[in-house]
Design a protein around this ligand. Structure first.
Ligand SMILES: *Cc1c(COP(=O)(O)O)cnc(C)c1O
Length: 448
């Protein structure tokens, strides 16, 4: 198909995710033909550095030969089979290795096929657990403001981004939303590098008051991604773990975005030295090649479901593609790559390079701050730097930087006024510098 036909048929029949399709009148969708390392390559030959890991999924570059091989070899045996009364080696190996690698006594792996599905499963598990251990009033969940946990109805119920949630509010279940950390505009006038998570008092109050109705607290550890890569300190998670223990509620960690090395460690909870009761993983789990997700939990929770069939305590939850064999095979190879290619060991030099740009960004008249956690960084554009007043969202400042970057050969899809970087972990230093230079130039042009 030639490119013009492809775009014409796309505009006739395709409905793109998270998109006001009318925007395509200005800038039609860009057809990509293939990938090569950090580059997306268009049908016209144009190359784009994938600065956002194709929505935070890609870890080791596109068209990765090892992941391709794992996929090919598995596909020549079987691609998928029912996973309820059957099992397979890639699934068993993946579960075993995740049980070893994840913190604490997380040991039991439940498979789903995308991030939102994992969140839904974790919420249902937590809810059902309390029903089955004689605490049937514990039915509600606590989340924090600006949280993002996916787009399905259950996920939106525990999310805090009004942009995605507002219109659906009448459909959603009732929970508690607590004011979360807001380190850039900290109401306590503290700094995230030195504070003691004073803002945690909001969580303490809600939990102390309502713990008898609370099943669990769900949170994105260290980085609130969709909220604009809002980075907060590990001490918040330490306090959360202690609070959950004190009141007998589940700590549910949504590591869908931050897991698999993004924060510099394999899992973000390692920074706080704590382990959740339920942990959701997806996105990077297959290196960005296949849809797959898991909920990993403890024996304590698992055991509350384990009984004679007639007690009806089983977790009767499934998806057609639960435990997809191809996806599990690629996920195992993803863990092999972390081990064999010493991926985490190579990150500090790249983080230092990102850090080198902080002064340059923060010297600009309309940059409120540059924040970073591991290999994720964000530049927040502000209209007034003395008050940190944001640009009105209607001005779509971030989008201007995006358009500039596209022309320069980089994909930097913004989150409102926040331009962020979440490149594949294997990005080379020269590529990373190029990405940061393009962003710097884009911010200068857009804000002067
Ligand atoms: C992406 C994301 C989800 C949802 O995952 P999907 O695969 O898009 O459904 C949930 N939580 C967080 C933190 C995410 O970044």
């Amino acid at each position: 198909m030639n490119t013009a036909d492809l775009i014409a048929l796309d505009r006739k029949h395709v409905w793109h995710p998270c998109m006001q399709e009318k925007d395509f009148e200005d800038q039609p969708p860009i057809p990509i033909e293939r990938g090569e390392g950090v580059y997306l390559i268009g049908t016209d030959g144009q190359r784009y550095i994938d600065g956002v890991s194709s929505w935070w999924v890609n870890l080791f570059g596109h068209n990765n030969p090892r992941l391709n091989k794992a996929l090919r070899e598995q596909s020549e045996k079987i691609s998928h089979h029912i996973f309820t009364t059957f099992t397979h080696e890639p699934g068993v190996e993946l579960a075993t290795r995740l049980a070893e690698l994840t913190p604490g006594d997380l040991s039991r792996v439940f498979f789903a096929d995308n991030g939102s599905s994992a969140i839904e499963a974790a919420l249902k598990m937590s809810f059902q657990y309390w029903q089955q251990v004689g605490k049937p009033r514990k039915t509600r969940f606590v989340s924090i403001t600006e949280a993002y946990h996916g787009e399905t109805v259950g996920c939106l119920s525990v999310s805090g981004c009004d942009l995605y949630k507002e219109i659906y509010k009448p459909m959603l279940m009732d929970g508690f939303q607590v004011q979360g950390p807001d380190c850039f505009r900290c109401p306590y006038k503290q700094h995230r590098d030195s504070c003691n998570a004073e803002c945690f008092e909001n969580m303490e109050q809600t939990v102390a008051e309502h713990h008898d109705q609370i099943a669990g607290v769900i949170i994105e550890p260290l980085i609130q991604g969709a909220a604009g890569m809002r980075v907060y300190p590990p001490v918040y998670l330490e306090k959360l773990r202690a609070l959950c223990d004190a009141f007998g509620i589940h700590y549910i960690a949504d590591e869908i975005a931050v897991g698999f090395g993004r924060t510099g460690t394999l899992f973000a909870n390692e920074h706080a030295g704590v382990a959740p009761d339920l942990m959701c993983l997806s996105k990077g789990i297959t290196g960005g090649t296949m849809p797959l997700s898991v909920v990993i939990t403890t024996d304590t929770i698992y055991d509350a479901f384990y009984d004679d069939y007639a007690t009806l305590k089983a977790f009767l939850h499934s998806h057609s593609y639960s435990g997809n064999t191809l996806a599990c095979a690629v996920a195992v190879e993803t863990l092999n790559i972390f081990r064999d290619e010493k991926i985490l060991e190579q990150l500090p030099a790249k983080m230092a390079l990102i850090e080198d740009y902080r002064e340059r960004f923060e010297a600009l008249a309309h940059v409120g701050e540059m924040r970073r956690c591991g290999m994720v960084a964000a530049v927040e554009l502000v209209e007034d730097k003395t008050t940190n007043a944001p640009y009105p969202w209607q001005q779509r400042k971030g989008l201007e930087v995006y358009k500039h970057a596209l022309k320069q050969g980089a994909l930097l899809r913004p989150l409102g006024n926040v331009v962020y970087f979440m490149p594949p972990l294997t990005i080379q230093k020269a590529e990373l510098a190029r990405l940061l230079d393009i962003a710097l130039e884009g911010v200068i042009q857009t804000t002067t």
